[in-house]
Design a binder for this molecule. Structure first.
Ligand code: SF4
Ligand code: SF4
Length: 208
């Protein structure tokens, strides 16, 4: 999932200062799951904006703002601006598919996973050439602050990362998991990643 964080309401209010009539559009997939941009948060923002003199045209959420065909079918009521609570991808789809100004009410943080919607962890930077079959299904690119893909930096203290000292060094996590799986730990052996596959902007075409 894409993890997002709601911007402070005052910041959103500033972003829409030239406009009077406001639509708030949430996304139930990533943002909703994060409890940062689903219906509840959309309503909270709308209430705040109304209390600050804005006229709320509509508050709505859809299940997947990054689905272009779905956004194309949306018919917005007359409004001066849309506040999108979708991730960066979803918000860009809305901006491209409508003639109405769009501002974002969230910041997109990372691709990750969550536990009980309380804590969200970064698991992937979408490098484009996944190597986690060699690292017990654990990504050293996303989960090591230095993105070391061959071996640890040697700075870990009692197994904890020298950069984030409240987090285990991911290479210790990988080693432990490989041992459990009775798979070899090929520390120091070069792992190649074709980073040319992460040249922006990327495009993937499905052969249907
Ligand atoms: S190796 Fe690349 S694609 Fe695979 S999980 Fe890590 S960042 Fe994501
Ligand atoms: S201690 Fe481990 S996780 Fe932290 S930067 Fe070094 S190799 Fe990466």
């Amino acid at each position: 999932m894409v993890v997002v964080e709601l911007k402070p309401f005052n910041e959103i209010l500033k972003l829409i200062s030239p406009y009077k009539k406001v639509t708030v559009l949430g996304c139930e997939i990533g943002s909703g799951r994060c409890m940062q941009g689903g219906l509840r948060e959309a309503k909270e923002i709308a209430q705040f904006l109304e209390n600050n003199g804005k006229e709320i045209t509509e508050v709505l959420t859809i299940g997947g703002t990054c689905l272009i065909e779905k956004v194309r079918k949306l018919e917005f009521k007359e409004t001066d601006v849309i506040i999108s609570l979708a991730c960066g991808a979803g918000t860009q789809v809305v901006a491209e598919e409508t003639e109405i100004p769009v501002v974002t009410g969230v910041s997109t943080l990372f691709i990750g996973a969550d536990c009980h919607r309380e804590v969200f962890y970064e698991y992937c930077i979408a490098c484009g050439d996944c190597i986690i079959s060699e690292t017990a299904g654990i990504c050293p690119i996303a989960r090591c602050p230095k993105s070391l893909k061959n071996s640890p930096c040697g700075g870990a203290i009692n197994g904890m990362c020298e950069v984030n000292n409240d987090t285990e060094c991911v290479w210790f996590t990988i080693e432990r998991k490989l041992k459990k799986l009775k798979q070899p730990f090929r520390i120091g052996e070069p792992t190649f990643i074709d980073f040319s596959r992460s040249n922006h902007p990327r495009r993937f075409k499905n052969e249907l």
